[in-house]
Design a protein around this ligand. Structure first.
Ligand SMILES: [Cu+2]
Length: 248
């Protein structure tokens, strides 16, 4: 019975425009300077099921992890997240910025019985599969988390990297890029050694280290001595170059 109610609330929520449901306006993303939009404006908007460009499967498990925990999309893409709960506990996938998610996680500790039905999230019963359709309209790195009490705290979080759409100017991508010098390219191992400036999103100081690449093809475009600007992140525990461009 409860499930039916939640499902119908979700169904209704999905067709309501983002602006109506926007809340928590005090945390604006830096790149979002329009004063009249809430965080859902920065993150994007509920997607139109008729305009889905890609399905992305996400598994939620009782290990308190999402798999994958790092998802790349292009700006403008409408993603249908097919969210499978393989555990024995309830889990949910909530899109937001880490600040908002932290705040919500605190609220969930205060009101553990609270059930969200905003369009930026989907709750999935054990063994079931849910769907979340979202259009990412701004470049940048956004977060998602499970806000069932204790799960966020146990590390049930992930990231969505929204890259610029093909052919657009890198200068307006809004993505934090780090400068680096290519020291070595190892195609066999699928790795590149970079001497890099501090990487803000990883909290990593300037150093030389070995990265994986998100797409092996990237190694064909890299050679020793190249100066690049790149985006790095942790993918399944490994430091990975997500995208790069020549440094001018
Ligand atoms: Cu969970």
């Amino acid at each position: 019975m409860k499930r039916t109610i939640i499902a119908s609330v979700l169904a209704v929520a999905l067709v309501v425009p983002a602006g109506v449901l926007a809340h928590g306006d005090k945390h604006h993303d830096k790149q979002e300077d329009r004063a009249d939009v809430g965080h859902e404006g920065a993150l994007g908007r509920p997607g139109d099921p008729g305009k889905v460009t890609r399905n992305v499967e996400v598994e939620m498990s009782d290990a308190m992890r999402f798999n994958p925990e790092s998802i790349r999309v292009k700006r403008g893409e409408t993603i249908r997240f097919i969210v499978k709960n393989t555990g024995k506990l309830q889990h949910e996938m909530v899109l937001g910025t880490i600040m908002e998610l932290k705040e919500h996680a605190e609220l969930m500790r205060k009101f553990p019985e609270m059930e969200h039905a905003d369009p930026n999230q989907v709750s999935v019963e054990p063994g079931k599969t849910g769907e979340l359709i979202w259009q990412f309209t701004n470049a940048g790195t956004f977060d998602f988390a499970c806000l069932v009490p204790g799960h966020f705290e146990a590390g049930m979080v992930g990231k969505v990297h929204v890259g610029r759409a093909a052919g657009t100017d890198p200068a307006d991508s809004g993505q934090a890029m780090t400068e680096g010098l290519v020291k070595k390219v190892d195609k066999t191992a699928g790795k590149v050694t970079l001497s890099h400036e501090p990487i803000a999103n990883l909290g990593m100081p300037k150093m030389t280290m070995i990265f994986r690449v998100i797409d092996p093809e990237m190694l064909n475009r890299l050679k020793e001595g190249d100066r690049i600007r790149f985006v790095a992140d942790k993918v399944n525990g490994a430091f990975t170059v997500m995208e790069f461009e020549p440094a001018e």
